[in-house]
Design a protein around this ligand. Structure first.
Ligand code: PHE
Length: 357
């Protein structure tokens, strides 16, 4: 550095500079050097080096020159001082300009050094967020629709005893529905009646009626288990929606209206509901429920008036109250609504499938 020897030396060395003109010349040279070095800087590291060399607060060349100021005569000093300040401003401006230029260039190259440089003129890119599984969406929708008719959502355990899964529902010890080949029995202890994974949500009817007085309007949605081989319409675990209404004077006509309201709300538009005579030990009369939507009839589940034997089993007086119950397959109504041909798709967890809902 041209001036460092002189400036770092004691005051006498300033004598080699002949007053103001020499001081000004020195400053001009420094300015020219600074501009050249800054212009040559290829990256931010170079630029920072340049900043330290010229503008550094402790040993920068500009700082060195302040010492020369004191070598000027009292009359020359204000002019010299102004010259010095102008130089400092110029170099700082040149430096800042170079810095801005580099930041813009880095942003255009996608570099990170520019921070959040966002081109707001580009088209937006949608963020993909997760969402609820279509079966969960269906369950919530069913709950919402049924709540409009005053049906309160309740839950029951998936591991059940035989009383709630069979006996209280009038499914006697010899009934084929209790066959070990048709149920997932859990052997808990030798000699104790085994528990099982519930095979139907009708268990919840019993649990609620045991604990509450009529009138009742409940809906229960949950998993049930049957050892079926998985195919397009069966799965060893599936979901049911169980509805139960216990009220004085309730009839099959009320049952049909509730199901029609539900079907129309869930599927939308024109839905027809058809009952076919059937048999369930816990309803009398019993029916199969079919729904027609988009020109096709689909079997949705079972229903009927709660059998007086069941009302008695839970301590109700069958002469006082009556009620109806229904149980529909959630996967079936979801498949119908979304046009899914194979219910196994709901459980393959292929995101390409799930993303569509
Ligand atoms: N629980 C019966 C089944 O799983 C369906 C049903 C529910 C039938 C309520 C009548 C009343 O098939």
């Amino acid at each position: 550095m041209a001036s460092s020897d002189e400036t770092n030396a004691d005051g006498n060395s300033q004598a080699c500079l002949a007053g103001l003109p020499a001081f000004v010349a020195e400053i001009d040279r420094l300015c020219a050097d600074a501009k050249a070095v800054i212009a040559a800087a290829r990256n931010e590291v170079d630029l920072e080096k340049a900043r330290i060399e010229f503008l550094g607060a402790r040993s920068g060349r500009l700082k060195g020159i302040t010492r020369l100021l004191s070598g000027l005569s009292a009359s020359e000093r204000p002019v010299g001082g102004k010259h010095f300040n102008d130089a400092k401003e110029t170099i700082t401006a040149v430096f800042n300009e170079a810095k801005d230029r580099m930041a813009v260039a880095a942003a255009q190259e996608g570099g990170s050094s520019a921070g959040a440089a966002i081109d707001i003129t580009l088209p937006g890119k949608q963020l993909r967020l997760g969402h609820l599984h279509p079966i969960t969406q269906t369950i919530r929708r069913v709950q919402e629709i049924m709540s409009r008719l005053g049906f309160e959502s309740v839950d029951g355990p998936e591991v059940e005893d035989q009383w709630h899964n069979f006996e209280a529902l009038a499914i006697g010890p010899e009934h084929p529905a209790r066959d070990p080949l048709d149920n997932f029995y859990l052997t808990v202890a030798q000699g104790v009646e085994p528990l099982l994974l519930r095979s139907q949500t009708s268990t919840v009817q019993i649990r609620v009626m045991e604990n509450r007085e009529a009138p009742l309007r409940i809906v229960s949605l949950g998993r049930v288990y049957r050892p079926d081989t998985a195919d397009a319409t069966h799965y060893p675990m599936f979901h049911q929606v169980e509805g139960l209404l216990i009220e004085k004077g309730s009839t099959m006509a009320h049952l049909k209206s509730v199901l029609r309201f539900f079907a129309a709300s869930f599927l939308g538009g024109d839905v027809r509901v058809r009952f076919r005579p059937s048999f369930f030990p816990f309803t009398e009369p019993s029916v199969e429920v079919d729904m027609e939507w988009g020109g096709r009839w689909i079997e949705m589940g079972g229903a009927g008036m709660v059998d007086p034997a069941v009302l008695k089993a839970v301590g109700y007086d069958p002469h006082e109250v009556s009620g109806f119950a229904f149980g529909l397959g959630v996967e079936r109504i979801a498949a119908r609504r979304y046009g899914v041909a194979d219910i196994r798709d709901f459980y393959r967890n292929d995101v390409r499938f799930l993303e569509q809902f």
